[in-house]
Design a protein around this ligand. Structure first.
Ligand SMILES: O=C(O)COP(=O)(O)O
Ligand SMILES: [Mg+2]
Length: 226
């Protein structure tokens, strides 16, 4: 009895990989600073602050504001950011070009899909629902779904487990060194999303890099043949 191998699983990071979320993240960042009477911030400055979750983003925003932000409570600011961002997370954000087509092609080839994001899972679920993408993903592992988050491999392994997959039959697609490191630690093949918000040097350690979503089905098939 040989039995067929378990289905292949493609795990996607969200911000900067599936979703061009910078416009909404940056709009909330700008509103947060202004709500404290601080100078606002442009999207390009926010781009490099994304990838380590909301608390890290808020900490970087307050550091960016310098001495004027001294005395602002981090916990209160993070709660304020989330209260603003969560209901408005898809006002401007859209999947990157070619995303839906890539998901269709992967599914047609028998792949399952999941999301592994450092965003709080409530925000991630809301975004997936608002974009009517629920049917594509077997699991969503958020930044608060497990005791640890990316770059800790347990976040990726936990998400793979939720989706009913296996590390040896999974790939991780992400735009940040947190994604690459989590995949490396979990012994999962990885695709660095060059279209996202990471810097080129973050690709080091990835199995392969991709320039666009359109390349993904082909790359995935090469990394993990059926
Ligand atoms: O919220 C963040 O900072 C990063 O989210 P991501 O893991 O989906 O890129
Ligand atoms: Mg990302």
């Amino acid at each position: 009895m040989s039995g067929s191998p378990p289905p292949r699983l493609a795990v996607f990071d969200m911000d900067g990989t599936l979703l061009d979320s910078l416009p909404d993240l940056a709009a909330s960042a700008d509103r947060l600073l202004k709500s404290y009477g601080l100078t606002g911030i442009a999207p390009e400055a926010v781009r490099a602050m994304i990838g380590d979750g909301v608390a890290a983003l808020v900490r970087r925003l307050l550091a960016h504001a310098g001495d004027d932000a001294k005395g602002i409570d981090m916990h209160e600011a993070t709660a304020r950011y989330l209260a603003d961002y969560t209901p408005r997370a898809v006002e401007l954000s859209r999947p990157f070009p070619g995303t839906l087509h890539a998901l269709e092609q992967l599914r047609a080839a028998g792949w399952r899909m999941a999301v592994c994001t450092n965003k709080p899972v409530a925000a991630a679920r809301r975004i997936v629902a608002a974009l009517e993408l629920e049917d594509w993903f077997d699991a969503i592992g958020g930044g608060d779904s497990f005791p640890v988050r990316k770059p800790d491999p347990a976040h990726l392994l936990g998400t793979i487990g939720l989706a009913g997959g296996q590390a040896a039959r999974a790939i991780m697609v992400g735009d940040h060194h947190n994604d690459v490191l989590a995949a490396e630690g979990a012994a999962v093949r990885s695709v660095f999303a060059r279209w996202g918000y990471g810097r080129p040097e973050m690709e080091a350690g990835a199995t392969v890099g991709a320039d666009s979503m359109a390349e993904l089905p082909h790359i995935a098939a090469r990394l993990l043949p059926p």
